[in-house]
Design a protein around this ligand. Sequence first.
Ligand SMILES: [Mn+2]
Length: 255
Amino acid sequence: MTMTVTNGEVNPVTANGGFTIDKPFKIFVGYDPREDIAYEVCHHSILKRSSIPVEITPIVQSDLRTNGLYWRERGQLESTEFSFTRFLTPRLANYDGWAMFVDCDFLYLADIKELRDLIDDKYAIMCVQHDYTPKEATKMDGAVQTVYPRKNWSSMVLYNCGHPKNKVLTPEVVNTQTGAFLHRFQWLEDEEIGSIPFVWNFLEGHNKVVEGDTTTFPKAIHYTRGGPWFEAWKNCEFAELWLKEKDECVKEEKK
Ligand SMILES: [Mn+2]
């Protein structure tokens, strides 16, 4: 790619008929060595359907430790290696522009441009705001239900990395703050969190497709309980879509 320089100013990169080429959309994918194949398939599913340039980077905990960005001890409740490292996304994007974080257990079925086009600069972050509030606030015996606010919200987040509020997410904070502070976005006010249609974080086993209603058709399936790469989940809903993508991915790698 070539940059055109006029009067000392760098203009947007142009080529082939002069249209502006977008800066690549930065995507950080949570990586866990136990789920390498999930990462590969997620990566493949984004690239294959994208009509815009994307830059996909795995978030690898061991690399972050080597680079001095991550040092916290692993807690008992961390189900993946990226439970906390995901919150380094604004730092990894140098607190500039928008970047997406997504778990590796996603399968994209739509063009990522459609998601990027939903971005609104008035928000600090945007995500699917799943509602997990149980229907009854108390159990039959009167005990209060354990509600886990904003469950699954942090699994796919568009970060406005240049937003002043996100400067809070320094490596120090990511390494020391509680899971509740980070996963519930407690550094933000409610109105600073934008909403994305649920089909971009369609929870397998929770969200349902309504026949004939295209607004319920998944654009990204989240195998949040475990996907077909685990023996126990090889027959989960949408397993065949993931397995088909995996076959393609493996074939292309062999070429
Ligand atoms: Mn997940």
